[in-house]
Write a protein that binds this ligand. Structure first.
Ligand SMILES: *Cc1c(COP(=O)(O)O)cnc(C)c1O
Length: 388
């Protein structure tokens, strides 16, 4: 394994922590019951495990266990939130507000609703990636039913001011949804203090398994109505039918418990690693930081590099490090990242960008190797360019 590149793509996904895997294993073969089976011990023990995760998730965001709806991940949670609200509240209004730098799992459902006749306002961001709260206030109308703003950006790590956004929405009786796929377990989240009504979560960005996530749905002050997007049996209070995936749910709970217990120390450690990487890289000329200096995830560093070709940069880094570049990998068509262009980057600078996603298993030694190698690659590419 030692010849494999150093993994620095923790915004794409993370490995499952061994402790998470150990917690999951018995639920595949021994405790394999259906949590909906109420007549025997197999069902009861699975239900107890699911309940435990509900409690862990609820505690992590200051919600109650009944407000957690399990889904297959954040993509499904975003779809359920956005389409579910649109369908439940369309008689009240048909206007939705979101942001240019959102994940496609928010932008695409909004685009779909637009095709059905909803009106979508897409707020721009400032150069640092933050939204302008005055613009949000101006965009709110009597017929606005939903504001969807992500907690932490998956490309540039920028943390939006959730509490301020929540207050603006609550004052106007507008439902506030946040995609917290990158934020859960990494920054403090509080649905009460922040006036959040819906929150999308996922396990695999925080050392849990892929294929499991949740939507927090507020039950009180106010009670949020949601039209289910999947029918069949009425699981999850009717909001999301389907047999619960117990092993994944157990892993999700364990992953969140671990992340919370280690959040403060891990944030400090990752901040140091990121700072060290930035200090080394920024010794080069023509390196730009994408996103706010400090208002960002500890493990995120995103840079644009002047004077190099994006594809060549990506190829040059590949042998030593697994990082993401500034092209949209989500589709078959290669396009510059919509997040980086929303910050005001040229297409050229958006392509010639690198996202470093530092995580739990990265070490100081790895960061030093990565910094040296990236500097050498950039210098060599620039030199080649001046030669031709
Ligand atoms: C990864 C990610 C998603 C998608 O989550 P899945 O669980 O993979 O469906 C959605 N939003 C953000 C911000 C993400 O980073």
């Amino acid at each position: 394994m030692s010849h494999r590149p150093i993994y620095l793509d923790c915004h794409a996904t993370t490995p499952v922590d061994e402790r998470v895997l150990a917690a999951m294993l018995p639920y595949f073969t021994e405790k394999f019951g259906n949590p909906a089976s109420i007549n025997h011990v197999y069902g009861w023990e699975a239900e107890a495990a699911v309940k435990q995760t509900r409690e862990s998730l609820a505690a992590a965001i200051n919600a109650t266990p009944e407000e957690i709806v399990f889904t297959s991940g954040a993509t499904e949670a975003n779809n359920l939130a956005i389409k579910g609200i649109a369908e439940a509240y369309f008689q009240k209004g048909q206007h939705i507000i979101t942001v240019a730098t959102e994940h496609k799992a928010v932008l695409d459902p909004c685009e779909y609703l637009k095709s059905l006749g909803f009106e979508i306002t897409i707020l721009p961001v400032q150069q640092d990636g933050l939204i302008d709260l005055n613009q949000l206030e101006t965009a709110c109308r009597p017929e606005t039913i939903l504001v969807s703003v992500m907690a932490a950006n998956n490309e540039i790590g920028v943390l939006q001011p959730l509490a301020e956004i929540g207050k603006i929405c609550r004052d106007r009786n507008i439902i506030f949804h946040t995609d917290a796929a990158q934020a859960i377990g990494k920054i403090p989240l509080d649905v009460q203090a922040m006036n959040i009504d819906l929150m999308s979560l996922t396990a695999h960005k925080v050392y849990g398994p892929k294929g499991i996530g949740a939507l927090y749905v507020r039950r009180r002050n106010p009670r949020v109505q949601l039209a289910p997007q999947q029918h069949g049996g009425g699981h999850e209070r009717g909001m999301r039918s389907g047999t619960l995936y117990t092993p994944q749910i157990v892993g999700f709970g364990k992953a969140i418990e671990l992340a919370l217990a280690e959040q403060a120390t891990e944030t400090a450690r990752l901040t140091q690693l990121r700072q060290s990487l930035w200090t080394q890289l920024s010794q080069l000329e023509g390196i730009h930081l994408n996103g706010h200096q400090t208002q960002r995830l500890a493990g995120n560093l995103n840079i644009s590099v002047e004077g190099v070709d994006g594809a060549a940069l990506s190829l040059g880094l590949q042998p030593v490090m697994a990082v993401s570049s500034g092209s949209a990998c989500s589709s078959a068509v290669i396009a510059p990242s919509h997040v980086l262009t929303a910050l005001g980057n040229s297409e050229q600078l958006a392509y010639a960008s690198v996202r470093f996603g530092i995580g739990r298993f990265n070490t100081t030694e790895e960061i030093d190797i990565v910094a040296k190698s990236a500097i050498a690659t950039i210098q060599s590419l620039r030199k080649q360019k001046t030669l031709v």
